[in-house]
Ligand binder design. Sequence first.
Ligand SMILES: NC(=O)c1ccc[n+]([C@@H]2O[C@H](COP(=O)([O-])OP(=O)(O)OC[C@H]3O[C@@H](n4cnc5c(N)ncnc54)[C@H](OP(=O)(O)O)[C@@H]3O)[C@@H](O)[C@H]2O)c1
Length: 293
Amino acid sequence: MVMHRNMGPFDTTAIGQGEMPLTIENNLGWDTGIETIHAALDAGCRHIDTAWAYYCSGGEEQTGEKLVREAMDSWKGPREEVLVATKVGHFRNFTDGKPTWDVDGRPENLIRRGKESAQALGVDTIDLLYFHRPDPKVPYAESVEAIKQLVDEGVARTAGVSNASIAQIDIARSVLGDSLVAVQNQFSPIYTETIDTLRHCAETGLAFVCWSPLGGYRKPKDETKFDPFRSVAETHSVSYQQVVLAWELALGDHVFVIPGAHRPQTICDSLKAGDLVLAPEELAMLNAACGIR
Ligand SMILES: NC(=O)c1ccc[n+]([C@@H]2O[C@H](COP(=O)([O-])OP(=O)(O)OC[C@H]3O[C@@H](n4cnc5c(N)ncnc54)[C@H](OP(=O)(O)O)[C@@H]3O)[C@@H](O)[C@H]2O)c1
């Protein structure tokens, strides 16, 4: 069984599936997307992470949410066990002809997009709705108030914030109160700057969800950061990705990971990371290698 943890009112899997690679640029097509989500669910995954903005720049909006809906509708397993999280506040654009991610944190647009997310997912109430990324043109509290309105109206059951600093997490706590259950920030061996927010979440009773927990779907600039994980992986005869995820989960009982995958094999391998027990000296070595004290 995939490791379970509590997130707000949910009992879900500590390892979720990051849906993004299935519907942004370089995806392997709709059918492979459905197959990959089904493989994850069949393997016991009970947490899927998508977003309003997971579509190709210039393409049909919300394809990630639509893919998740079709996968859930066509899955034969217990739908009610699965936590589906989505996010609003980003949209796709082009800069100099290249696909980019833009922000729009205006309250009226967050409210409109939150309702569109529920519709695309085919639910009355979204399990967990994140504010995707701060918009420097909009005071943070105003954006978070819009998420609160969506919770108050029953469009979302619980709320989260993403790409948030400690100060922003605290604003969200004061606006959202107990509705705020999770913070989703980038965290991996190649990105540990957010360790302060991971610790703040532990102190304030919030889940911390690591995005791009394996360093992202692009080849990292510095591959050597993964060498210590490779050496531990050899000892355990597992992939180094499992070691990375197990190390992250060992940073606290409030930590969740949402590895992305383009295909069934990789997500199914990642889901086994909850079974991997790393020795205290292995964890200490990996922490030291990543500058975590
Ligand atoms: N909140 C935010 O602002 C934000 C930003 C970025 C991402 N996210 C979320 O975080 C999720 C994960 O991030 P990500 O997809 O960028 O990167 P990631 O999870 O760090 O890495 C994904 C890549 O790792 C590979 N992989 C995964 N498991 C593997 C395994 N067990 N063995 C070998 N390779 C493995 C995949 O390979 P294959 O391609 O071969 O399958 C994929 O290319 C996204 O899907 C999204 O839900 C959120």
